[in-house]
Unconditional design. Structure first.
Lengths: 358, 232
């Protein structure tokens, strides 16, 4: 058996150069794709998760006195909670998205809404009825660099909560509430699948019904451009990586045909020479991949700790898509080594390599 | 023990034409004395060694080592690995391994270390054991190649121009080492340097695609041209 580590042990410089190239490529691919993909990770809690708990229903037609009874045909009115929504910017690493504040009338119990949305108060107190007061998700505080007592969209923040969905919840000052809720225009409906599909039957001329499916759809739509950019950058990165790695492995292995010819002459089968090459390149590529992936995770974690966490952004550190992309440099180095070398070893009469030199 | 070639034809493609290098050649090699192949450059000495060792396939004809058919089998590596040793002209060594490691490459299924040491001593290069190949002179490299060929105790040793890069002194030494090993091994040396041949060697002349054993009584230094004419 030929020792697959021997060549790189004896040619440490060449081994380290190849290892370094693979490490840098994997690191680059994983880091870039995780950061880009993290934008959608941050947007999900803003754009999608709220609608996992409720469906939003908005009346489009101002002049519709029987609106409430029409709604009650589709869902129990006790599940339909009128609210007023206001939005604010939520900054992401490269772009900006938005989040919402939902304000309720005094008869609505915010504690119940919090239960239904599975969020828990972590600091401060609940907002007081009849006042412009809200509680917000703790990531909103971080992102907007606010503290309790500060104002957001002219509502005073009295507390913060944690949980999956990111938004703000609160009451309105009594006079404004009276005006707003005389003829409510927006409801959140705590609805199961049946109710959700029944709500969808509401006339689209009068009502806009926004469900979790719509939220997912919107997220996908708003990320289709970003996904295209990601795909293009990954493809460009991949092409340059392929060229770099191909050139490197090609030149390293091209200078070793003499060695392979010598081995074949003294009795090593072409099959075992190819097996040697496969083992060599697999070992170095997998080690390079592991180091590169490890360093990328470390880098991403540092970015998370130092930037994301402080600004209330979310990141999926172990991103499956990034993991998939990380195999591209690995596959490149293995294929660009194996295809030319096995072709040459199988097709040529190896003794002619020695003959030519003699 | 014998290595035989029967009715060997070897043609190379030369553009559109076939170039016939060996033409219905017959020969048998045995142990007892070194077999020296001589002939002008381009006469096909190297080609014949490649055919005999299964490194290249003949256009037609049969090559046998004892009863093993070499000319027909595709995988001749096993025979080379177990039975054949090779010494080629120059830098026929793996550049990044040291002397001992190169010698031990001969077979990976045996521990050759102590035998390698012994051979290095016999070849008077024991001080070089740990040296890299690029640190060696031409003569030293050739001795390392010889050690690698001998270390696995092959039945046949093929040497193609083993003295081409050596001075007279070293060339003589190489021939003497090979002669010492020819008692129980078939040793075949291809060379164009007839001055190294002595009276006990078996000399074969390749010319015009044929091979002829030179009568031991003849003057081995006789020019090939006149010899050929006389035989005709
Ligand atoms: N692979 C090859 N393809 C085509 N022609 C070859 C090849 N190898 C050798 N030849 C030709 O065959 C002839 C014999 O070559 P060779 O066996 O090397 O002779 P020698 O070793 O006696 O000098 C030469 O004319 C050479 O050019
Ligand atoms: Mg030759």
């Amino acid at each position: 058996m030929l020792n697959p580590l021997l060549y790189y042990i004896k040619n440490k410089g060449k081994g380290l150069l190849l290892l370094f190239a693979i490490v840098v490529c994997v690191l680059g691919v994983v880091f870039v794709s995780t950061i880009i993909l993290s934008i959608s990770d941050t947007c999900k809690p803003l754009m999608v998760y709220p609608y996992e708990n409720f469906t939003a229903v908005r009346l489009l037609n101002d002049d519709k006195p029987d609106a409430e009874s029409e709604l009650s045909e589709k869902a129990a009115l006790s599940d339909c909670i009128p609210m007023k929504v206001s939005v604010f910017d939520f900054k992401l690493i490269t772009v900006s998205s938005s989040s919402m504040i939902m304000n309720f009338e005094d008869k609505t119990d915010i504690g119940v809404i919090m239960d239904k949305c599975a969020v828990q108060l972590t600091e401060g107190v609940l907002p007081e009825k009849g006042k412009n007061e809200i509680i917000v998700h703790e990531n909103i505080l971080k992102n907007k660099k606010l503290k309790l007592g500060d104002e957001l969209n002219s509502y005073k923040i009295t507390g913060a909560f944690s949980g999956k969905p990111v938004f703000g919840l609160g009451y309105m000052d009594s006079t404004a509430a009276e005006e707003e809720f005389k003829q409510p225009r927006t409801y959140i409906v705590f609805a199961d699948n049946d109710v959700r599909s029944r709500l969808k039957e509401l006339s689209a001329d009068d009502w806009k019904v926004y469900t979790i499916d719509d939220a997912n759809q919107d997220l996908d739509n708003s990320f289709s451009d970003l996904n295209l950019i990601l795909a293009i950058s990954i493809i460009m990165l991949t092409i340059s990586i392929s060229i770099a790695i191909a050139a490197l492995v090609f030149s390293q292995y091209a200078s070793r045909y003499d060695e392979f010819a010598i081995l074949n002459t003294i009795g090593y089968k072409k099959k075992s020479i190819i097996a040697l090459i496969i083992k060599e390149i697999l070992i170095i590529s997998i080690v390079g991949w592991a180091i590169g992936y490890g360093l990328a995770l470390l880098g991403i974690w540092l970015v998370y700790i130092n930037v994301y966490r402080n600004t209330g952004q979310t990141m999926n550190i172990f991103n499956i898509v990034a993991l998939k992309y990380s195999f591209v440099p690995l596959i490149c180095s293995v294929l660009f080594t194996l295809i030319p070398t096995t072709r040459k070893i199988c097709k040529t009469d190896l003794i002619s390599i020695i003959e030519r030199r003699n | 023990m014998e290595l035989t070639a029967e009715e060997i034809v070897l043609k190379y493609k030369d553009g559109r034409n076939d170039l016939t290098i060996l033409n219905e050649l017959n020969v048998t090699f045995k142990p007892g004395a070194v077999n020296v192949l001589i002939g002008p450059s381009g006469s096909g000495k190297s080609s014949l060694l490649y055919l005999l060792s299964g490194l290249r396939k003949a256009t037609s004809g049969v090559i046998k080592f004892n009863d093993i058919l070499i000319s027909d089998t595709t995988g001749t590596e096993k025979i080379r690995y177990e039975n054949f040793g090779f010494i080629f002209q120059h830098s026929f060594l793996i550049p990044y391994l040291n002397v001992t490691e190169n010698i031990c490459m001969a077979r990976k299924d045996m521990d050759l270390k102590s035998k390698a040491e012994e051979l290095l001593k016999k070849l008077k290069i024991q001080d070089l054991a740990k040296k890299k190949i690029y640190q060696l002179s031409g003569g030293e490299k050739q001795r390392v190649a010889i050690a690698r060929a001998l270390v696995k105790e092959p039945s046949v040793i093929f040497a193609d121009e083993p003295t081409a890069s050596l001075d007279k002194e070293n060339a003589k030494n190489v021939f003497n080492i090979l002669r010492k090993n020819s008692k129980d091994k078939i040793v075949i040396i291809a060379t164009h340097d007839t001055s190294l041949i002595n009276e006990n060697d078996h000399v074969f002349v390749i010319d015009d695609g044929k091979i002829m054993e030179q009568n031991p009584d003849n003057d081995t230094k006789e020019p090939l041209q006149s010899r050929k004419k006389r035989k005709k």
